[in-house]
Design a protein around this ligand. Structure first.
Ligand code: COA
Length: 355
């Protein structure tokens, strides 16, 4: 147990370090992911939806998605990914846990404290962050800020979703897209010039499009009531509008992030794009002039896992050896809100991702 972490005490890490310079930077030292075992193929979906395997493959790029069983909640997926990331980082303790999710176990309380408890992290600060499919990159940005401010020296950032809990199984415009899963990273204080260190983040939002992807009922705007149309407890999405904005915003935030790191677009060795739709990733790569072989993808096998998408793709790409030491990696995302966020890093050597 961390010596500062005693029963009943709050953690005040700002007191720990007195050296004024240089400010620490957030360095990636652990990476893990988890997919629930059950796979649902397009053929399975076509048994109950008016759709075909061919339509889903060509319009979205997905062949299957993983779906959690009814007894499994987002916290269970998050714990599995968190365990793997901490094992990968070879740490038994972190100073804070941030859980990016749009599908918390409950409205109240946040899910992160339960996840921290289940990971044996006792009384560390833990909170949820909701920024749709951009949630994971938002969360790493917040974690990097905590590390730079010396509020924490090691942070576990998890993206976890049980999307199947909020997707209408009878809606052919959403059911083929989304899947369940979780991914996580451990970030720790390092020096800005070390490989693995996160570059500056570019991020933003536009609430004018708040209803382009949303769940109409069940929140404070329209609290749950006995006469509700249950369809309004599920995600509603304007697919075409989302598609258009996603391509434009991801391309733009990618350029901003590259510029902030002092990179040109041609400098990017691997572009890790939120796995929303294979055609969105292809359109972004085409807009930016990045060859497809520099844009890894796992959407065919996992679908769109919202806030879990980026750490799942990082983990799968690392295991597939598509991410190699010292490659320039740019991570970029877009989601409900709308929100968008991107950051950069030089891929570290010796990082063992665990699935
Ligand atoms: N199977 C078969 N046909 C389908 C279908 C399905 N699952 N879903 C829609 N269709 C039909 C539509 O009814 C429409 O038929 P019509 O021409 O007879 O009216 C036709 O296919 C085209 O529909 P459209 O909505 O224009 O398709 P699209 O090519 O835009 O693809 C999405 C729809 C949802 C796949 C696409 O818009 C998309 O991926 N949007 C972004 C979604 C996203 O990424 N969300 C998460 C963001 S983080």
């Amino acid at each position: 147990m961390n010596e500062q972490h005693r029963e009943g005490e709050s953690l005040i890490f700002g007191r720990r370090t007195t050296t004024p310079t240089p400010a620490p930077a957030a360095r990636l030292v652990g990476l893990g992911s988890y997919l629930p075992p059950q796979k649902v193929s397009n053929a399975d979906l076509a048994l109950r939806l008016d759709t075909t395997d061919e339509w889903i493959r060509t319009r979205i790029g997905i062949a299957q998605r993983h779906i959690a069983d009814p007894a499994t909640a987002t916290s269970d997926l998050a714990v599995e990914a968190g365990l793997r990331a901490m094992k990968s980082a070879q740490v038994e303790h972190v100073d804070a846990v941030i859980l990016a999710t749009a599908t918390p176990d409950h409205h109240v309380p946040g899910t992160a404290p339960l996840v921290a408890h289940l990971l044996g992290l006792r009384h560390v600060p833990a909170f949820d962050l909701g920024a749709g499919c951009s949630g994971f990159v938002y969360a790493t940005t917040v974690a990097a800020g905590l590390i730079q401010a010396r509020t924490a020296s090691t942070v576990l950032v998890i993206g976890a979703e049980k999307m199947s809990a909020v997707i209408d199984p009878d809606d052919r415009s959403t059911a083929p897209i989304f899947g369940d899963g979780a991914g996580a990273v451990v970030l720790t204080a390092g020096h800005a010039d070390e490989p693995g260190t996160l570059g500056p983040a570019a991020w933003g939002s536009d609430g004018e499009h708040a209803d382009a992807i949303y769940i109409p009922d069940g929140g404070s705007r329209r609290p749950p009531c006995a006469t509700d149309d249950l369809k309004n407890r599920y995600v509603h999405m304007e697919g075409n509008e989302v598609f258009r904005h996603a391509v434009r915003r991801i391309a733009h935030v990618t350029q901003e992030s590259a510029a902030a790191a002092g990179w040109s677009i041609q400098d990017i060795d691997k572009l890790i794009v939120h796995q929303a739709n294979a055609r969105i990733s292809a359109a972004v790569a085409n807009t930016l002039g990045i060859p497809p072989q520099r844009v890894p993808s796992n959407i065919t096998h996992v679908g769109n896992t919202s806030a879990a998408s980026i750490p799942l793709l990082l983990s799968h790409s690392a295991i597939d050896k598509q991410l190699e030491a010292r490659q320039r990696v740019l991570v970029t995302s877009f989601g409900a809100g709308f929100t968008w966020a991107a950051t950069t890093l030089l891929w570290p050597s010796g990082l063992q991702a665990l699935n």
